[in-house]
Ligand binder design. Structure first.
Ligand code: NAD
Ligand code: DAU
Length: 337
């Protein structure tokens, strides 16, 4: 495994993974294949633009000819699929894009990987495929998938295709299911970067419902290390959970952001809840720990680093919070009161 095609590598986790891999391995070439949707940004890859082991291709994972051409031209031996429509609220407003990209796009990548006999196909999946998990249960990799939103259902569908290609065609696949990531380049529609940037701008922080929903917020580079380990030591056909195994209620996360920024709690505004909102996700990560992985950041450390990054990088997020973003924001939050 030396020549990687990173689908969706201009997004939040994908771009962090590209930097991580280029810095860690000096004999890997990385080809980012990304459609550059509203969430994909070339600025995220600025740090490696001049690296001779890096190339960027703008393309849609649903376009089989374009994917095939990229794989052949760059002698790709492995595909890592980060490309997806990733926002649950957008998937509720407009479910068509998650079905097209997350399911059909994953199928196209699998077909090309099969046709060209690639060494590895790795799918980036999510803890949301397990559905809402009542305390004190934790999801293990063999548990049933019970997704409840269009986004999580599309990610579960994609996972089923990945496994089907392993069983039916013997394609060498692995899958990771990550919990909520936070860190640099996180698009400010997601809760942590939205609350952080709103707080900096003294705009209310919209908490859905009572704010007691629990999420396992992990630092993005811990997730990247987990993916790297599974790529190199994971068993083919297997799935690995990646998370801190510590859950935090959203309201507590919002309080911590306000405290870190020295802002008043009066900025918190409870708004109408997300439809079908999953109350809690919780992973059991023993299988990945058995390969030698440990999460390096506690929630507090991850959050502090993240908030500091947003304070220091206003030039990254301020231009995003304009134009199309403002239309989306109005549509999403006006209805919530
Ligand atoms: P993101 O929304 O920041 O980035 C997604 C990237 O995919 C963007 O660069 C976008 O341009 C690209 N993309 C979208 N549709 C495409 C298409 N049709 N063809 C090519 N590129 C396309 O997402 P993220 O938060 O970085 O998530 C990356 C992956 O990790 C996704 O598969 C997501 O389901 C999964 N995941 C995310 C989290 C999280 O907390 N963010 C947690 C677990 C798993
Ligand atoms: O769990 C992994 C998943 O985490 C990934 O698969 C998804 O791609 C990623 O978007 C994320 O999904 P969530 O829905 O958990 O993340 P989000 O940041 O949208 O919301 C986090 C929590 O905060 C969730 O309980 C909803 C709540 N929330 C979110 C927003 C945007 C609010 O209370 N207010 C908000 O304005």
């Amino acid at each position: 495994m030396r020549h990687l095609l990173i689908a969706g590598g201009a997004g939040f986790i994908g771009s962090n993974f590209v930097h991580y891999m280029l810095e860690k391995y000096d004999d890997y070439t990385i080809i980012v294949f990304d459609k550059l949707t509203y969430a994909g940004r070339l600025e995220n890859l600025e740090r490696c633009r001049s690296n001779p082991r890096f190339r960027f291709i703008q393309g849609d994972i649903c376009d089989m000819a374009a994917v095939r051409e990229a794989v052949q031209r760059h002698d790709i031996d492995s595909i890592i699929n980060f490309a997806a429509e990733t926002h649950v609220d957008r998937s509720i407003m407009e479910p068509d894009a998650v079905v097209t990209t997350n399911i059909n796009g994953t199928w196209v990548l699998l077909e090309v990987a099969r046709e060209l006999k690639l060494e590895r196909f790795h799918q980036i999946s999510t803890d949301e495929v397990y559905g809402a998990i009542p305390a004190p249960s934790r999801s293990k990799e063999g548990d049933p998938l019970e997704p409840r939103s269009p986004y999580s259902a599309s990610k579960a569908g994609a996972e089923h295709l990945v496994y089907a290609y392993f069983i039916t065609y013997g394609l060498p696949v692995t899958t990771t299911r990550g919990s909520n990531n936070i860190g640099p380049f996180h698009y400010p529609e997601k809760a942590v970067p939205l609350f952080t940037t709103n707080a900096i701008e003294n705009i209310p922080l919209p908490i859905y419902g009572d704010g007691l929903q629990m999420r396992d917020y992990q630092y993005v580079l811990d997730h990247c290390e987990g993916i790297d380990l599974v790529l190199h030591k994971g068993a083919l056909g297997e799935v690995y959970n990646v998370g801190t195994e510590v859950e935090t209620p959203n309201i507590e996360m919002a309080h911590k952001i306000l405290d870190l920024l020295g802002k008043p709690r009066s900025l918190i505004q409870h708004v109408v809840d997300r439809a079908g909102h999953d109350r809690r996700y919780a992973l059991d990560c023993a299988k990945l720990r058995a390969l030698g992985w440990r999460s390096q950041h506690s929630f507090d450390q991850a959050l502090e680093k993240t908030v500091r990054w947003f304070v220091a990088n206003e030039g990254w997020w301020r231009p995003i919070k304009s134009g199309e973003y403002l239309d989306y924001y109005r549509k999403q939050y006006e209805e919530r009161g």
